[in-house]
Design a protein around this ligand. Sequence first.
Ligand SMILES: [Mg+2]
Length: 123
Amino acid sequence: MAHKILIVEDNANNSTLLWDILTYHGYEVFVAVDGEEAIAQAKKLRPDLILMDIQMPGMDGMTAGKILKGDPATSLLKIVAQTSFAMHGDQEKFLAAGFNGYLAKPINTRELPALIQQWLNEE
Ligand SMILES: [Mg+2]
């Protein structure tokens, strides 16, 4: 059965790019456009991996990630932060908030499939 991946992204160009790559590699892909929708979809779909944008209108990705990680019903879902903040120390900030990884934007489309595999294979 195909792994389910939830893309959380407010920018349609970015989510289309991710959707194209992930569906090409055989994943079952879903999209949410803000933090509140991400939480609702995560509970309903129980995706194997969530690619969570950080800067979004409405509820941002950091808030949504913390809520999911703080809820026993969803705390074990894997969440990777995707953000264009190229600031030193960001990775530590996301990992401290409970995120399972960090994906810097712009997305490196050649490296993405291997990273996705790696995150899916992690315990
Ligand atoms: Mg955004």
